[in-house]
Design a binder for this molecule. Structure first.
Ligand code: PRT
Ligand code: ZN
Length: 283
């Protein structure tokens, strides 16, 4: 069978997590920083290491079959690719920001002003949506220093912790779009058996990341309340303990309501709660 090619970022914020995700899917490969392409030893896949900006175009042209890249980069490129899977890392927000002393406080104040950004396509669409006429100054990096240099009144840039804005005397005042890393694919790939296998592995890794394996002890008399709290899970495993009045309950809890559920379990009499990471969940 012909190998598929997946393009990932060569170096930068998405590289390490992209490599780790593929390795967690059981793929074994050398990650030499100097090579641009590497063959996976135990799967029909080759990995191309590219600059993130090039990935959507490579996939749209079919030079790579798959790619891992931020939504911001996909949208900015306008490349025609399919979204296959959200990957849950590289999360950030494209924001509008101004110097802390600026009189601009809301979107309509941008009318007639200039905005520096590396994302002119996304920004223009956003301004059109809100019917704002502003001039866009396209710059490729260090956008945060543009207002200080007198190049623009505002900026539109990626923010994650907000430290860079703060360090440059800027304050955010509007969100343009959120972004996370996405697995993208070229057209006509969906039926490919190599992709189907990879998607199954990816989903089991991603699902496992969102869940925890929990073991707890409870008095038999309190078991009904505990199983009631765990109604989302197909019958939790209940194991008798040496002390006949007690049982151990084994279950899986999702990350999003983890603490809420643990506190309710404790209130219902759960003791000795042990929480373990799950590597994979095969459905
Ligand atoms: O060399 P190459 O072109 O491949 O990489 P790059 O330098 O263009 O991108 P890189 O590695 O910086 O980011 C890759 C992707 O990570 C982006 O396209 C986003 O999808 C995502 N991402 C997540 C981020 C951030 N968080 C982030 N904080 N991309 C950039 N930043 C920058 C931002 O531009 C700003 O300068 O970090 C600074 C802000 O960070 P905070 O934490 O101070 O707010
Ligand atoms: Zn880039």
């Amino acid at each position: 069978m012909k190998n598929l090619k997946i393009a990932i970022q060569k170096s930068g914020r998405l590289n390490e997590k992209s490599v780790q995700l593929l390795k967690n899917c059981g793929l074994s490969f050398e990650n030499y920083k100097s090579s641009l392409i590497t063959k996976v030893n135990n799967f029909n896949l080759e990995i191309l290491f590219l600059r993130d900006d090039d990935i959507p175009g490579y996939v749209a042209q079919g030079i790579a079959d798959l790619g891992i890249v931020g939504e911001n980069v996909i949208d900015e490129s306008r490349a025609k690719v399919s979204y296959l899977q959200r990957l849950g890392f590289g999360r950030c927000m494209l924001k509008l920001a101004v110097p802390t002393s600026s009189e601009i406080t809301e979107l309509k104040d941008l009318e007639g002003k200039s905005i520096a950004t590396s994302y002119p396509v996304i920004l223009q669409e956003f301004l059109d949506e809100y019917k704002i006429n502003a001039s866009i100054q396209e710059i490729s990096g260090s956008v945060e220093i543009a207002p200080g240099l007198g190049l623009s009144d505002a900026i539109c840039d990626i923010v994650s912790t907000g430290t860079t804005l703060k360090n440059n005397g800027l304050k955010p005042f509007a969100d343009v779009r959120s972004s996370e890393a996405i697995l993208i694919g070229r057209d006509g790939l969906t039926e490919n058996p190599i992709l189907c296998e990879l998607m199954q592995r990816l989903q089991s890794v991603l699902l496992a990341k969102e869940t925890k394996y929990v073991v707890l002890n409870v008095e038999r008399t309190n078991l009904p309340q505990i199983t009631e709290l765990l109604h989302g899970v197909k019958s939790p495993t209940v194991v008798p303990l040496a002390d006949e009045g007690w049982v151990a309950v084994h279950t899986v809890i999702t990350e999003d309501d983890f603490w809420d559920k643990i506190n309710k379990l404790k209130a219902a009499g759960a003791q000795g709660i042990v929480v373990m990471p799950i590597e994979k969940i095969i459905l």
